[in-house]
Design a binder for this molecule. Structure first.
Ligand SMILES: [Cu+2]
Length: 483
């Protein structure tokens, strides 16, 4: 009985320790992606597990050429194992909707993965891949009240078990109503002492075992690389510390600060957002000047405290969002904005919610065809349009850093930051590795852009959307209340 209870107790502790948080893209782990497999179009949602090994759940909405079947296979994004995919699993088509498929794949190890989709239909067999970073995310500290509660329960179990053992030795063979003699009572006390000793050893052993398990698990939990920002005159310096892990001990790959891949033309994409009002946003591209050292001269910025969100991609395709803070003084010298850099100064959060149309400084307007309600974890294709000064659709649309648009979904409490593209939320460099170079690059076909995305949690978000016409990079800002 005691053993069973202890097992339940340990299980509770394990479950608490494994409660999730999230990472690359900050706080937004699910992958939302639109990919083409030949003439088949897939809108893919992958929800990676919070613990590894674990099951990633996958949903696909198909369009384009008619599809008759879908298969999924998890494969590492790089390395020898990426060339030897295991056998594929069939996805299940929805009974209600013939264009909706569901499935799941086991992710056995942390790291940079892809899910390969095999599509059968009128256009024969085609494939496409979506990168998935899979990592054990965090251990949460047990709440103090819960800890005391479990400890009290444990003490109660030990004491009552010792009492039960003592009573059994003392009275089990007595007839009802007969009192135990001195010898039996003495043996009862001895049995209680022995039971306490045995259970004490069990608790001690259990704690020791648990500490070893917990330490191993902590070594296997992903942490973002520590990033420190400093400002010297107008020069911003970002120092990134790598995390090296022993592959024999840790199941999480090392995070090097010297293996960054260029992602749509830059080694880092940095959003600087003034907190807490989110009324100034800059999309910047510092240069790598040394190992883990990014630097740039900042443009004119309103003074204040900024949160910096820097997206980088490791050589194995694993993306990471680096987070740092910097205080910009009022008298900071300033440089002009770089050719790929952009800014916006929307009204402060406290001045009320931004509407679905955003007036840009040059008289253009960006419009969000906003859903009536937005719910957390639901995949959406968010649609934005650019109209000119006379209300006509904007002309002369250009790709902005190789894409029809860039989006940043930022929760106002700072717990979520996701920089995404019309292809989806996977890093472009990883998408290229999965599908071949330039597979994902979208060129604007008109003054509109769509972003597949699902908000991870309910609450207030501010969304920054960027599109380019002529030489002008427009940054629109929108607010969303997510249920
Ligand atoms: Cu981008």
């Amino acid at each position: 009985m005691t053993f069973q209870h202890w097992r339940v107790g340990w299980l509770a502790v394990v479950l608490i320790a494994l409660t999730p948080s999230a990472w690359a893209h900050l706080g937004s782990k699910d992958v939302f992606e639109t990919v083409d497999a030949g003439p088949y179009k897939l809108f893919v949602t992958i929800r990676p597990p919070n613990v590894i090994p674990g099951v990633a759940t996958i949903e696909v909405r198909v369009s384009g050429a008619a599809v008759t079947g879908l298969q999924i296979t998890p494969i590492p994004l790089t390395g020898e194992a990426s060339k030897h995919p295991p056998s594929a699993d069939q996805m299940k088509v929805s009974a209600q909707d013939p264009n909706f498929y569901r499935g799941g794949v086991w992710m056995m190890q942390s790291g940079s993965w892809q899910v390969r989709f095999g599509v059968d239909g009128v256009a024969g067999h085609q494939t496409a891949s979506v990168p998935v970073p899979a990592i054990a995310l965090s251990t949460l500290k047990m709440e103090r009240g819960m800890g005391w509660g479990l400890a009290a329960l444990g003490v109660f179990l030990v004491v009552s078990m010792a009492g039960t053992v003592a009573a059994a030795v003392r009275e089990a063979r007595l007839a009802p109503g007969v009192a135990a003699d001195a010898g039996r009572r003495q043996r009862g006390w001895a049995a209680m002492a022995a039971a306490l000793l045995v259970m004490g050893l069990m608790v001690w052993g259990g704690a020791k075992w648990w500490n070893v398990e917990a330490a191993t698990y902590a070594g296997n939990v992903y942490q973002p690389m520590k990033t420190v920002a400093s400002l010297n005159g107008d020069v911003l310096d970002l120092t990134v510390q790598g995390i090296m892990r022993d592959p024999k001990v840790s199941r999480v790959p090392s995070q090097s600060n010297r293996d960054f891949l260029a992602d749509h033309g830059h080694l880092i994409h940095l959003y600087a957002i003034r907190e807490p009002e989110m009324d100034a946003v800059f999309h910047l591209h510092p240069e790598l000047v040394g190992a883990g050292d990014f630097r740039m001269s900042l443009p004119a910025m309103p003074a204040g405290e900024y949160t910096l969100y820097g997206d980088i991609v490791h050589a194995n395709g694993f993306p990471e969002t680096l987070v740092a803070k910097v205080n910009v003084p009022a008298d900071k010298p300033a440089q002009a904005l770089g050719p790929d850099d952009a800014e916006a100064l929307p009204t402060p959060l406290s001045k009320g919610e931004l509407g679905a149309s955003y007036r840009l400084p040059d008289g253009y307007t960006m419009i969000w065809d906003k859903p009536a309600t937005i719910t957390a974890t639901t995949p959406y294709l968010f649609h934005f349009r650019l109209v000119g000064t006379g209300g006509q659709p904007a002309g002369d649309m250009r790709p902005y850093m190789g894409m029809a648009g860039h989006a940043a979904f930022v929760k106002t409490d700072g717990t979520v930051f996701a920089h995404t593209h019309p292809e989806g939320s996977a890093a472009m460099a990883a998408l290229d590795m999965a599908n071949g170079p330039m597979a994902g690059m979208s060129t604007p076909t008109g003054p509109e852009v769509e972003f597949p995305y699902g908000f991870p949690t309910s609450g207030a978000y501010r969304i920054f959307i960027q599109m380019k016409h002529g030489k002008t990079i427009e940054t629109g800002a929108f607010d969303a209340q997510v249920r």
